[in-house]
Design a protein around this ligand. Structure first.
Ligand SMILES: *[C@@H]1O[C@H](CO)[C@@H](O)[C@H](O)[C@H]1NC(C)=O
Length: 326
């Protein structure tokens, strides 16, 4: 009897521990391929009803997606220009998404974060399951986790972190429903993310957000992300931070940690004509349209950037010593 009580107690403590540290981030699962690999495409800053080369980029994504036999697509936000969606019945959803990414290989799950332009419309519409009924590929949430066996993706809603959207919105309206006040949102997000990263046992940890961490283009760095989010990523051995926001393709390596900053924000309007180097190591920069692929095995990651013609512009690989990572 005493043994049984002790076991029950141990079980109760275990359950409590699981509940206490698994926080609120919603989790999804996507299996790796039977050979243990994973292929994905990443695109950002795209929804312009096909304009500004969005359709050309989409066509090439379809072609490369076929070649790589992709498992899913990641969108880094600014999904619908200029001002998000007006509601769940906004035709822009079909005109900028369903009717554009029509290739067979792109008929996979899309995992999306929100960008600052999405916040200028009805955010709850973009998050609504109603859109999933219209196009089952669509999944956009604020903060969530995707377990894909060899990699855990942590999707982070970065717009609320940026102070100026709150204090100096100019003539824009930001939809802060279910987010405000910022003072509560940020510590909760950082706590949940830190807990989820600490729980992750996948060989690769990738964080996806809309805003830049480091960037040499128009928007440059996002100071709030460097101050608030980056320490959590560095503390937990995150391999890649993947973002949009700047309408370009770029790879920057951190000089004081293994983290790599990857911008894939070339889904439509681009060519900003800005180049401002920073103190981290710039590996690649394309001031134009395009997208990124990511191929992973448990031991290696391979990243390729493509332009609007689907031409390979740059590729970069890294391997992981699985024993050293323990
Ligand atoms: C579309 O892509 C081509 C090739 O890069 C470029 O010359 C053209 O300026 C682009 N159009 C727009 C509107 O960005």
């Amino acid at each position: 009897m005493a043994g049984f009580a002790r076991e029950t107690m141990a079980l109760a403590i275990l359950l409590f521990a699981i509940l206490a540290c698994s926080a609120e981030l919603q989790r999804f699962e996507s299996p790796a391929k039977p050979d243990g690999s994973l292929s994905i495409l990443v695109v950002g800053d795209w929804g312009r009803k096909g304009q500004f080369n969005q359709s050309q980029v989409a066509t090439q994504m379809g072609r490369i997606g076929e070649e790589l036999d992709i498992d899913f697509v990641v969108s880094t936000g600014d999904n619908f220009y200029e001002d998000g969606l007006t509601g769940v019945d906004d035709k822009a959803f079909e005109e900028s998404f369903t009717d554009i990414y029509t290739s067979k290989s792109l008929q996979k799950q899309w995992y999306s974060v929100l960008g600052n332009h999405d916040y200028r419309g009805d955010v709850l519409a973009q998050l609504s399951p109603v859109l999933r009924n219209i196009d089952s590929r669509w999944l956009c949430l604020r903060n969530f986790i995707l377990n894909a066996e060899i990699v855990d993706f942590f999707f982070v809603d970065t717009t609320p972190l940026v102070e100026s959207y709150w204090t100096n919105p100019e003539d824009h309206h930001y939809d802060w429903r279910e987010v405000a006040p910022r003072e509560n949102y940020i510590p909760n997000l950082l706590k949940d993310l830190d807990a989820a990263l600490k729980e992750s046992t996948a060989p690769w940890k990738i964080v996806v957000g809309h805003h830049t961490m480091r960037s040499v283009s128009d928007h440059g760095d996002t100071p709030e992300l460097l101050a608030l989010l980056l320490p959590v990523l560095k503390d937990n051995g995150v391999d890649l931070y993947v973002n949009g926001h700047d309408h370009c393709l770029e790879h920057i390596s951190s000089k004081d940690s293994p983290i790599q900053y990857l911008t894939s924000g070339g889904g439509s309007k681009a060519w900003r004509g800005v180049f401002t180097p920073n103190s981290d190591k710039l590996q690649f920069f394309h001031d134009g349209q395009g997208f990124m692929s990511l191929q992973l095995t448990a031991a290696a990651a391979n990243i390729v950037f493509y332009d609007v013609f689907g031409q390979e512009l740059y590729q970069w690989s890294v391997t992981k010593n699985l024993h050293a990572a323990e």
